[in-house]
Ligand binder design. Structure first.
Ligand SMILES: C[S@@+](CC[C@H](N)C(=O)[O-])C[C@H]1O[C@@H](n2cnc3c(N)ncnc32)[C@H](O)[C@@H]1O
Length: 314
């Protein structure tokens, strides 16, 4: 059947990610007391999915921690296609709150995020609500150092306006995050955004978690599954391999870039943590996990010599 890709299907991938993360949290892969308030279901996912999400979450976190250490948390984080990510609350609890954290996603997603925050006191209590003017409209939140804004990232002008509205500081070290987001956006739009960031920020890093090897048989099946769900994969041309992921940065004025497939990322997670999670569930499909790890990567781009240290080297 010929299905027309649509934005709603792409927005629903956020619910999937949230439910998968919540499944892993419930089993003890990591702790996140805030995710529960955003998850629609508590359905248990297969062990290889839980382990895969652990590697994704921990791999990104290790790199974010490096960035925070390098900047002493005197920095900004912009989470592109943030969905229901709970980074703001987790950093606060860890005593690592940053100068400014901005979550961007489609307005329909940010509206739901704002709604859940308003409805749940444990989320609300950790916000700097000022004089009660934090929620401006249904899709936005501006509470002290935390901002949520609804934008279509394909529209560069909307993206720039959102950052300006949040009074982004172009001179402060800034980290952009994108977790399974750019694959849904036309490569030309991603290029424009990457170029604009590199030109406008003095000291900036970008952590991108995304698919690779999408042209082999396993990758074709992944693409087919997403197409059946009517998700557009407009940015998939950058997901061929680690080089195509890195090229996106070097082609768009970034000074340096490095990329690791998830097998390497998993091996870079401290051994004690790996041993702990490997005891949580018996993995009867080791081959499937290996294939999943071979089809996802983390790619880092940077501008500013100091930020080249945002990598897995000790
Ligand atoms: C797979 S989800 C990932 C969510 C979150 N980053 C995570 O890992 O939990 C992809 C997210 O990207 C967002 N997204 C995709 N294309 C977008 C666009 N053009 N503008 C804004 N958000 C977009 C979707 O709405 C969705 O929330």
């Amino acid at each position: 059947m010929n299905r027309v890709p649509n934005d709603e299907a792409v927005q629903l991938t956020n619910d999937d990610a949230t439910e998968c993360k919540q499944s892993a949290v419930q089993l003890g892969y990591w702790q996140d007391p805030y995710l529960f308030y955003f998850a629609r279901s508590a359905e248990r996912k297969p062990p290889e999915i839980n382990r895969g999400y652990f590697a994704r979450k921990r791999g990104i976190e290790l790199l974010v921690e490096k960035f925070l250490k390098l900047t002493s948390s005197n920095c900004q984080i912009v989470n592109l296609g943030a969905g229901f990510d709970t980074l703001y609350w987790r950093l606060l609890d860890a005593g690592k709150a940053v100068t400014k954290l901005i979550d961007l996603d489609f307005p329909s997603v940010t509206a739901r995020k704002c709604h859940y925050i308003k409805r749940n006191k444990p989320l609300l209590d950790k916000l700097n609500l000022g004089e009660g003017k934090a929620f401006t409209g249904a899709t936005e939140l501006h509470a002290g150092n935390y901002h949520i804004v609804g934008v279509d990232l394909r529209q560069r002008s909307e993206f720039i306006a959102a950052l300006e509205q949040c009074e982004i500081d172009f001179a402060l070290p800034t980290l952009f995050l994108a977790e399974c987001v750019l694959v849904y956006i036309e490569s030309s739009s991603v290029d424009e955004v990457l170029k604009w960031i590199a030109v406008n920020f003095e000291s900036v890093a970008f952590i991108n978690y995304e698919q690779i090897n999408m042209n082999d048989r396993f990758g074709e099946v992944m693409k087919q599954n997403l197409r059946l769900r009517q998700c557009s994969l407009s940015g998939v041309s950058a997901c061929q391999n680690l080089d195509s992921q890195r090229k996106r940065f070097t082609d768009n004025n970034w000074e340096g870039t490095q990329a690791w497939d998830m097998i390497e990322v998993y091996e870079n997670i401290p051994g004690t943590e790996r041993q702990r999670v490997e005891k949580i569930e018996f993995l009867d499909e080791q081959e499937l996990l290996t294939q999943l790890f071979q089809h996802y990567c983390i790619c880092v781009g940077w501008k500013g010599a100091k930020l080249s240290q945002v990598n897995f080297d000790l």
